[in-house]
Ligand binder design. Structure first.
Ligand SMILES: *Cc1c(COP(=O)(O)O)cnc(C)c1O
Length: 417
């Protein structure tokens, strides 16, 4: 995007944005929650829609002048309903965390039992982790994964649900490399009278593209971010059954938020249209194929992977057996142009800020058009860097090779200067 006005009035910020464009171009971005939003999404977000206030919902606003905003929000809602086959969609949550908060607010009172997957097992902060408002204002019950295979422990889920009778049961994760069995969760939720909430923040793009089973029809409420595999603007959405429409809408506004971010709403509409196309289906399946290929290559180099591999977009590498802390590996990889994040692994013996794992994923590299042969190269580079952590010559050489590969795969929405 050209920022001539910005360059003139605020050269400092303009220069930093330019530098970030270069960084996003020349690095292999493997953080699984990140992606490249296409240029049309960016254009929809950065427009005069920024200037409009529109508290309320289409046809029931508290401000006049909604002729265009109502139409935009209705398009976004209609496209999401059709894409996911849901009864209702709310596109106003400011992001994934506020979307989840709205769900708690819709169905729970302070102090009520709520249930979700613990952070150390791959759950999100907002699923009741103790430092989150969701762990402080409710009575959180946390389930996890099995010690032997790191898969969700459904015996534990059922046992805890029967014992604590949570109002809401969250499923979905932020660091889980396998398919989520929504039907099993639905059975448990039904038995104990909990509302099942599927948080598909990471995988909504895979679901839209048919590369992961959908929770719609099994979970009464589905929440998501719109900027991860879905590849839209930074935002949130809630899909739900007809029966919960009123409660959800009321919880988002006026319960939790004021005016919606209308540029974001337009960006969500654009992303939903793109997600309904054939290219997006190919992209979603390619993410999974790439993740499998990369996992395979990493295993070939002797890396331990949590659950042994991946069938979504994400891989969690356990570096304990290599004797390298996740942070040290991540920092060396970053110097080599490979951007990852350090992450706890299940039953980690190290501290959360200095954990044993590295979390990677294939959405962003797949958006650049990379395939299995690039994933193999990437696996080789990762092994080389982690085998030569302090060798600046190796790190610099790999960074150069990474840059050369990136030059062949221009990133959507990122201008190359
Ligand atoms: C990313 C994520 C969220 C939170 O989204 P933000 O937009 O960062 O607030 C919620 N749930 C899950 C499972 C996530 O991965």
């Amino acid at each position: 995007m050209s920022h001539t006005h910005l360059a003139e009035s605020d050269p400092e910020i303009a220069a930093l944005i330019r530098a970030e464009e270069r960084r996003q171009h020349r690095a292999l971005r493997l953080i699984p929650s990140e992606n490249y939003a296409p240029a049309e999404v960016m254009e929809a977000c950065g427009s005069v829609l920024n200037n409009k206030y529109s508290e309320g919902y289409a046809g029931r606003r508290y401000y006049e002048g909604q002729q265009n905003i109502d139409a935009i929000e209705e398009l976004a809602i209609a496209r999401l309903k059709s894409l996911f086959g849901a009864d209702h969609a709310n596109v106003q949550p400011y992001s994934g965390s506020p979307a989840n908060l709205a769900v708690y607010f819709a169905f729970c009172d302070a102090g009520d039992p709520v249930m979700g997957m613990g952070l150390p097992s791959g759950g999100h902060l907002t699923h009741g982790w103790k430092v989150s408002i969701t762990g402080k204002y409710f009575q959180p019950v946390q389930y996890g994964v099995r010690r032997e295979d790191h898969l969700i422990d459904f015996d534990e889920v059922a046992r805890l649900a029967r014992e604590h009778k949570p109002k809401v049961l969250f499923c979905g994760a932020t660091a889980y490399p396998r398919v989520i069995d929504f039907a099993k969760f639905a059975e448990i939720a039904r038995e104990v009278g909990a509302i099942l909430v599927a948080d598909i923040a990471h995988i909504s793009g895979l679901i839209a593209g048919g590369a992961h089973p959908s929770p719609v029809g099994l979970a009464e409420v589905v929440t998501s971010t719109t900027h991860k595999t879905f590849r839209g603007p930074r935002g949130g959405m809630i899909l739900c059954d007809k029966a919960h429409k009123k409660a959800i809408d009321r919880a988002v506004f006026p319960g939790l938020q004021g005016g919606p971010h209308n540029g974001t709403t337009a960006g969500i509409a654009v992303a939903a249209k793109l997600a309904a196309g054939e290219d997006f289906k190919r992209y979603a399946h390619q993410i999974v194929a790439n993740s499998r290929a990369l996992a395979e290559r990493l295993r070939h180099h002797g890396f331990d992977l949590v659950t042994g591999g991946s069938d979504n977009h994400l891989i969690l590498i356990d570096l304990s057996s290599k004797g390298v802390p996740g942070k040290v590996a991540s920092q060396a990889l970053d110097k080599a142009g490979i951007v990852t994040n350090y992450n706890s692994v299940p039953f980690d013996t190290r501290k959360p800020f200095d954990p044993s794992g590295v979390r990677i994923g294939t959405p962003a590299v797949t958006s650049r058009g990379m395939g299995p042969s690039e994933m193999a190269k990437l696996g080789d580079w990762m092994a080389e860097v982690i085998g030569h952590l302090d060798d600046e010559t190796v790190l610099a050489r790999v960074a150069g090779e990474v840059k050369a590969l990136c030059d062949h795969f221009p990133a959507p929405g990122v201008p190359v200067s």
